[in-house]
Design a protein around this ligand. Structure first.
Ligand SMILES: Nc1ncnc2c1ncn2[C@@H]1O[C@H](COP(=O)(O)OP(=O)(O)OP(=O)(O)O)[C@@H](O)[C@H]1O
Ligand SMILES: [Mg+2]
Length: 348
């Protein structure tokens, strides 16, 4: 187990900053996700930790030791990629044994450790198969065993579940969590899937355009996203400019709703579609008209026009709302998010 620290890490390709002043700590034994849209610099950051890319600026520390100038294979890291990258002409056992052989471990000990880690990843008895004789999920388990068998200081994973179908992906997510818990290995996990990051991580680093936008625990980031970009990326459906702010409140469509903010203007508000109540006192709420509905099973999402708000609101509710019906709606107590405007809001 080891602690990882990045300070002011940047990677420039010519004029282009693929990663810019990236700083964060990964506590020993914890699981941290780098979350962000395609091209935001997640892989670039991971590759600098691995040693495949040399930083343009900044430092990488493992347990307080600066590792910028240490060769990748001497950094003692376990790495798992999206495409498994197993050796096709080696059996499962040989794949898993590879790192131990390179390190000159005794054959009997290699066998013992390879079996132990294949058991850990849920693949006992598959030692003599070749990668092509395994499913994608099984191959990814082999890749995980191969990375863990050397008992690395840090495990680095770049979208390891992306090639799996939805069901297997969800299953492997639990497996990965279990394996990380059992080994206690410090892990840095790259993903663009918010749900994956939320369920797996102790902490999440959200990136955009090569920069760190926010760092926090999943619950903090989910419940209190601080910026429009983060809120949007985490699936907050309604983000818009309010009429204005008053002490302890925000004015939307001419009505006041309680909201905590520091009195600074130029903010946006965010409202999850599931955080809007329907019915109640017409004077205290907003009048809206249902324009569209999308059936999702037990909960449906409605697009509702609200005079005074430039964009229609998305509302998710179990209540059946026919198109054209007039409703009264209001945010649930405490549900109005106040967001820094770090993103363009598309016109309605
Ligand atoms: N060797 C390179 N030369 C020039 N530009 C590069 C190089 N490697 C990466 N980039 C650019 O840097 C940016 C960040 O790339 P990176 O691979 O880190 O993104 P990512 O967040 O991992 O995205 P994805 O989710 O699509 O994997 C991209 O715009 C990419 O095109
Ligand atoms: Mg990537």
């Amino acid at each position: 187990m080891a602690e990882v620290k990045l300070t002011g890490l940047s990677k420039h390709y010519g004029d282009f900053a693929a990663a810019s002043n990236v700083s964060f700590d990964v506590e020993s034994g914890s699981f941290l996700s780098l979350l962000g849209p395609s091209g935001c610099g997640k892989t670039t950051t991971l590759r600098m930790i691995i040693g495949f890319e040399q930083p343009t600026a900044g430092d990488i520390f493992i347990d307080g030791e600066r590792i910028n100038d240490i060769k990748p294979w001497l950094r003692d890291l376990g790495v798992v990629f999206q495409n498994y990258a197993l050796f096709p002409y080696m059996t499962v056992a040989e794949n898993v044994a590879f790192g131990l052989k390179q390190r000159g471990v005794e054959p009997a000990e290699i066998k013992r450790r390879a079996s132990k880690f294949l058991e850990l990843v849920g693949l006992p008895g598959k030692e003599d198969r070749f990668p092509r004789q395994l499913s994608g999920g099984q191959q990814q388990r082999v890749a995980l065993a191969r990375a863990l068998v050397i008992e690395p200081r840090v495990l680095l994973l770049d979208e390891p579940l992306s090639n799996l179908d939805a069901k297997l992906r969800a299953e492997m997510r639990f497996e990965l969590k279990r394996i990380q818990n059992e080994t206690g290995v410090t892990s840095v996990f790259v993903t663009h899937d918010q749900e994956e990051a939320l369920t797996l991580s102790d902490r999440i680093v959200v990136m955009n355009h090569g920069e760190v936008v926010t760092v926090g625990k999943p619950k903090e980031i989910w419940e209190r996203p601080t910026s429009a970009f983060v809120a949007d990326f985490l699936g907050v459906e309604n983000i818009f400019a309010p009429d204005g702010f008053e002490p302890g409140a925000v004015v939307i469509g001419g009505k006041r709703f309680a909201a905590e903010h520091d009195g600074q203007g130029n903010r946006l508000v965010g409202l999850r579609s599931t955080d809007i109540e329907i019915g109640g006192d017409a004077d205290a709420g907003l009048a809206g008209r249902v324009q569209q509905t999308s059936y999702r099973g037990s909960i449906n999402t409605y697009v509702v026009d609200v005079p005074g708000i430039a964009r229609p609101l998305y509302i998710s509710t179990a209540t059946d709302l026919p198109i054209g019906s007039n409703i009264v709606l209001k945010p649930r107590d405490g549900a109005v998010l106040i967001l820094d405007p770090d993103m363009e809001i598309a016109a309605a």
